[in-house]
Design a binder for this molecule. Structure first.
Ligand code: 13P
Ligand code: SF4
Length: 332
């Protein structure tokens, strides 16, 4: 490495233990470019009494470098409710920050980029849910957490990809409405006797995987195990070896110790999991989520320096939306 400014060299030294774990996924020059931001974020977390929640799709320098709590949507929701620090910075997308605020309203919740959205959350409005209720009177509405608080407020209960089947069956009814992810709903419907009315929302990342991609991966990598996220189309799930939420994929890799694995999901996921499982070889035909990738070390630093951008939920929406999320969390 060339000559570094003295503050960067000192920052690198202070955070050397973090880099020890990340060498396999971040080249030294790139790590050096992160050093000042990482150092500042570590200091600001103490000054602001803040914690950083990071979704599994965050880049490794965020996920392994500065996050205090990591996980899938379900784990982040559960953990957000327990945070005692004054400030929660959500390194994830907007609906995750809203969920954190719903579950822990006394904390200041910050999102480093307000444009970090989600194609699923964009696919449905509260008015759409009201129309669905009119069309199917009496059917309970199960809403994926990847939605706005306003949509959650119109729902009976939420679900994530990690608990969707359990939530559907917990209601003890023969038919439900499950929205907005059509593929998640179809994938759950294939595993239960409960009839599911679906919506037409799709994840712009997972809808890109195809069953013929899987044929190709298997031809090129004999013996490879394919794990797919349930937001993928049903034909992709059918052609895969296992389907599960991002946390369930981690759990699978941990318990099966497979030699060669493909994770059909967002790009940073394989990098983050590879850090913890160096003996597994990850083949990486991933897709980038442009919304998740809006979150960077520099805008996390800016968020903590300036206490921006604060996420709030209007009180008339917050009550019913919170009930739907808390009802989900109570299902074990
Ligand atoms: P999970 O981490 O809950 O599996 O969700 C994936 C996702 O797309 C979140 O945006
Ligand atoms: Fe939304 Fe898909 Fe991005 Fe997750 S990966 S935030 S579901 S667009």
């Amino acid at each position: 490495m060339g000559i570094l400014p003295s503050h960067t060299a000192e920052a690198l030294q202070r955070n050397a233990a973090i880099y020890d774990r990340l060498q396999s996924v971040i080249p030294p020059m790139e790590w050096a470019s992160f050093a000042d931001d990482i150092d500042a974020i570590m200091r600001l977390k103490k000054e602001r009494n803040a914690v950083i929640l990071a979704h599994n799709y965050m880049r490794p320098e965020i996920f392994h470098g500065i996050a205090d709590i990591q996980g899938d949507s379900l784990a982040l929701a559960r953990e957000a409710a327990k945070v005692e620090a004054d400030v929660i910075v959500v390194a994830g997308v907007h609906f995750m920050a809203e969920t954190a605020k719903l579950l822990n309203p006394a904390r200041t919740v910050l999102i480093p980029d307000t444009k970090a959205g989600c194609s699923l959350a964009e696919s449905i409005t509260a008015a759409d849910v009201r129309l669905l209720r009119q069309k199917y009177p009496g059917l309970p509405v199960i809403t994926y957490v990847n939605t706005s608080a306003a949509v959650k407020a119109e729902s009976d209960i939420c679900c994530t990809s990690g608990n969707a089947k359990k939530i559907v069956e917990s209601l003890g009814v023969p038919q439900v409405i499950m929205l907005p992810d059509e593929y998640l709903a179809q994938n759950v419907a294939a595993q239960t006797h409960v009839k599911i009315i679906t919506w037409k929302g799709h994840c712009e990342v997972h809808e890109l995987f195809t069953a013929s991609d899987i044929t190709l991966f298997r031809e090129q990598n004999p013996g490879v195990v394919i794990l797919a996220h349930p937001e993928c189309p049903p034909e992709v799930i059918a052609a895969s070896d296992y389907a599960g939420s991002t946390a369930e994929m981690v759990e699978w890799v941990s318990s099966h110790k497979a030699g060669r694995v493909v994770l059909l999901t967002e790009c940073s996921m394989s990098d983050n999991v590879a850090v913890n499982f160096p003996d597994t070889h990850f083949i990486r035909p991933c897709q980038l989520c442009p919304h998740m990738k809006r979150i960077t070390l520099s805008n996390i630093r800016f968020a903590l320096e300036n206490m921006e951008h604060e996420v709030n939920v209007a009180s008339e929406i917050a009550g019913p939306a919170r009930r739907a999320v808390e009802r989900m969390i109570a299902v074990r």
